[in-house]
Design a binder for this molecule. Structure first.
Ligand code: C2E
Ligand code: MG
Ligand code: MG
Ligand code: MG
Length: 297
């Protein structure tokens, strides 16, 4: 995997090339074979109603069960997969797996109406084939379209022409939900909010971090509270749902509820887990509240 352009083809022997760079290249080189060998797994993190604590959705988060490194998080390989273009194939695999799992949950617990939320990389959203990819994932698995949500970042929504991507209108026409991920951290060109049929805004972790109750001893960051308050009002004025990401304490959950945020996601409600633990939770076996870290499975 050559980063050699511009530096000559002997760049691989460059003594200045850092160990981190080499490790990165090695990881990237291993991605296609890992996909063929079935080394990726999808974990699911609950998205919970702040009103009654019920689990209304789960976010699909991919992990690499690496034979030597153990469970590798997406922050270490999604960027690489975007650079090499593998994200299209990997993303399609995640989408299929998520639709299959959600279909199984829907079959066993139809009254739960559990939505599965899948991240779409900019490169996937930008590919016109995405509409067929999503339509075929739905028809092959039998998952009702309204139980699938697609998460896009602000920058992924806005194409280079300064217009929201055309394929997003066609995706919305399929009946799937669209969510803006990490809302408030991109270059917020709010034009897409006027035009696109968006269903949900996910408030980025950094805003939620500044939301603290009296319980943890630290003073609340009023500026973050006011930003969250304003963003929730904006969302509700447009009839959108709001999910707060990275909710880590009960005090945060309580404050966010007071600010009329609809749903929350984060360690407080449960870490990302293998599909089986979501099934157990749907059966009523596992309550909400603080719990341990993520385990492989
Ligand atoms: P994201 O979509 O914003 O996902 C939320 C991230 O917050 C996840 O990190 C999740 O594990 C983490 N998180 C959960 N609870 C807490 C908490 O209480 N506090 C904090 N600070 N963080 C929490 P993860 O799983 O490492 O994923 C990182 C990013 O990788 C995701 O951010 C998403 O952008 C990307 N990603 C993950 N899976 C996929 C995928 O299948 N396709 C694409 N395109 N991107 C993916
Ligand atoms: Mg992680
Ligand atoms: Mg996401
Ligand atoms: Mg996010």
């Amino acid at each position: 995997w050559a980063k050699a352009e511009g530096r000559g083809r002997w760049a691989v022997y460059d003594p200045e090339r850092s160990a981190a760079d080499i490790a990165r290249s090695a990881l990237a080189a291993g991605l296609p074979a890992a996909l063929d060998r079935g080394e990726f797994v999808v974990h699911y993190q609950p998205i919970v109603s702040l009103l009654d604590g019920s689990m209304i959705a789960v976010e699909a988060l991919v992990r690499w069960a690496h034979p030597e490194l153990g469970l590798v998080g997406p922050d270490r390989f999604i960027g690489l997969a975007e650079e090499t273009g593998l994200i299209v194939r990997l993303g399609e695999w995640v989408l299929r797996q998520a639709c299959r799992d959600a279909r199984a949950w829907h079959r066993e617990f139809p009254e739960a109406k559990l939505v599965v939320s899948v991240n779409l990389a900019a490169r996937q959203a930008d590919d016109p084939a995405i509409v067929d990819t999503v339509a075929s994932a739905l028809s092959r698995t039998g998952l009702p379209a309204e139980l699938l949500q697609l998460e896009l970042t602000e920058s992924a929504v806005m194409g280079t022409a300064g217009e929201p991507l055309r394929s997003l209108y066609r995706l919305a026409d399929l009946g799937v939900r669209l969510a803006i991920d990490d809302f408030g951290t991109g270059y917020s060109n709010l034009v897409y909010l006027r035009r696109l049929p968006i269903h949900c805004l996910k408030l980025a972790g950094p805003f939620v971090e500044g939301i603290r109750g009296v319980g943890d001893g630290s003073p609340p960051d009023h500026r973050d509270e006011r930003i969250v308050d304003a963003l929730v009002r904006l969302a509700h004025a447009l009839e959108l749902w709001v999910t707060a990401e990275a909710v880590e304490t009960g005090e945060q959950a309580e404050r966010l509820r007071a600010l009329r945020c609809d749903t929350g996601q984060g360690r407080w409600f449960g870490p990302p887990t293998p599909a089986g633990q979501i099934t157990a939770r749907l059966r009523g076996g596992i309550g909400s509240g603080p719990d341990g870290g993520e385990v492989a499975g």
